[in-house]
Design a protein around this ligand. Sequence first.
Ligand SMILES: [Zn+2]
Length: 341
Amino acid sequence: MALPFPFSAIVGQDEIKQALLISAVDPTISGVLIFGDRGTGKSTAVRGLAALLPKIRVVTGCAYSCDPGATAKLCELCQGGADRPEPKSRLMPAPVVDLPLGATEDRVVGALDLERALARGEKAFEPGLLAQAHRGFLYIDEVNLLEDHLVDLLLDVAASGENLVEREGLSVRHPARFVLIGSGNPEEGELRPQLLDRFGLSVEVGTPQDLPTRVEVIRRRDDFERDPQAFVAKWKRRDDRLRSKVVAARRSLAEIDASDAILESAARLCMALGAHGLRGELTLVRAARALAALEGKAEVGLDHLRSVAPSALRHRLRRDPLDEAGSTVRVDRGIEEVLGP
Ligand SMILES: [Zn+2]
């Protein structure tokens, strides 16, 4: 398997790195949408993050990567009886599963294993991409070109953490908890606002415009491609440090306090921006809490709100016919007005 480019070696791209780390700390934030041109390293960042995260322990031979330590939310096979012996397990990296454009619903949710049905007359379920993505990431390149009903389905499963397949005489339920990452090029079709709103965070990535950054990007890419192993070894300590931060943040997340004043600021910002629904506020507060956890803080501060507000809100703004400014500019303006400069 090819070595992924180390997450810490990615030059700049702070917003996407922050959003991905937040989603790794608190997967209930419902995924990340990444807008940007081709070749801006969107999938590199996702693969780098997955490689950096702690390995997961899975039941050997389980098609759903069940956690042997979990007692609830196991697949039917792993549930077994009370006298079930301790299952064999192994460690593996958090999966990153690519959902190819044009993938059928069967391929995504799983389907009747036709070969077995025809050869042996058995009704067996062949798990799909959702099963593979359990406990990792599901990456959809060009999510805006995917059929709406599939995006709906993916968001439903991502929110419930469970895939229920009832068709062709099969009835299968299996755990499918994953972070959904969708990337899209805004010039190639748009997502419906209802779908946009269901993604937790959104980020915009672009090609860096200043010379020194571009030179550094090329230098690191070139170093990596000439000797991937040496390059990964060189960045290992920084990746390790980041991994420890994520692990500590996951542990402390539940303890981190968001005061009434912080909740009020979050609500005032969403009102000022006209972000519809309460999902904006909720995501804003959760993302700020995850960021505070990553920084090892005991409580959420205004700076955390400020820092995550563009990612949490820019895709939830209503179009304003009297305001030509892009959504990022509008969020920045709102932050300055409501939270102060
Ligand atoms: Zn299992």
